[in-house]
Design a protein around this ligand. Sequence first.
Ligand code: PMP
Ligand code: GLU
Length: 397
Amino acid sequence: MKPISKIAAGVQASTTLAIDALFKQMKAEGQDVVGFGAGEPDFPTPEHIKQAGIEAIEDNQTRYTPAAGLMALREAACYRLKEDFDLDYTPAQIVVASGAKHSVYVTLMTLCDPGDEVVIGAPYWVSYSEMVKQAGAVPVIVTAGEEHDFKITAAQLDAAITDKTKVFMLNSPCNPTGMVYTREELTAIAEVCCRRNIYVIADEIYCNLVYDDKEFVSFASLGEDTKERTIIVNGVSKSYAMTGWRIGYTASNPQLAKVMASYLSHSTSAPSTISQYAAIAALRGPQEDMQVMKRAFEERRDHLVDRMNRIEGVSCIKPQGAFYVMMNMKSFLGKTMYGKRIESADDFAHLFLEKGLVATVPCTAFAAPGFIRWSYATSLHEIDKGLDRLEAFIKNA
Ligand code: PMP
Ligand code: GLU
């Protein structure tokens, strides 16, 4: 047999989805496992959104839509961008895809040629580097440590840019760190991107999950030049508890949007029509359900962070957004637990799942060795159960 594609063979499977699959399998087998793995809201999709999906089926809205998505959905995305961030976009600038992950993917495929470089601030969401590789481009990782709140500086970005750099991947609030860039930090980053003439993919999927009354700043709102070169990625998965509906979208300059739509017309044709109707209801309808979810996440974060920092051997800094906490477990590196030497966060997380029956995500694949990500998109009861088990796991090791 001839070898398969080198690009495809070089892509790693998603750690987050692998852990989630293992967790769900263990649960199905009847094991009393607690899950902090995949980040997806534990709330059901709000009722009026579900009804819109049901009505779409009953109205026989079951055919193809334009490749860039229904006009009414693109208008609804424009409406939200104006309402939420005072940003002016036309439907010709919006492209709907099958989830925000797919939006990032199609954007990278549209912007990058083989050999182009894409700068990614680390810790980063596991899929970014793999999607860059899928586009034949090269991920260039710039790291920010816990002591810098996991946020890279404009100077670090400037130093990483070469003649080959095409794109900077920005994610605020960030998965996995939960950190939110301030207006000043983003303004400095925007200055670098404009001066060095690169595109910015601003993944703003967690824009509605920002706590402590901290300000969320949409990157495209920082000036006309910045807006021209920014591709906003957003979607309904996190804000409206709609991960399974698979709807994401981009807002960009119209030339780019046109090429993205052509690309999609030969790959997915369009996302599920039924999901698109539900997404219109999400973006146009009442936003109160989201506020209720947000308050619940904030309460869980406070509880998780407070308790975790009282457990001997681990610690975390307080995130300001999304629904993830980075647990520092470096004090266990090189130690032996349950007869096994802990060489990495992966060793710790695997043992914690096996002996403690708690699923978490080791952050090695997020370029953050020594950290384990806990998603707190789960109930306070489960959070307490997980932390009780962490205490016992460490004590009995
Ligand atoms: N961006 C980030 C930072 C995410 O955490 C996620 C969720 N995995 C996505 C994009 C993708 O969201 P979706 O489910 O809409 O594909
Ligand atoms: N955003 C989630 C996570 O990071 C979902 C899983 C995925 O798509 O990676 O866990």
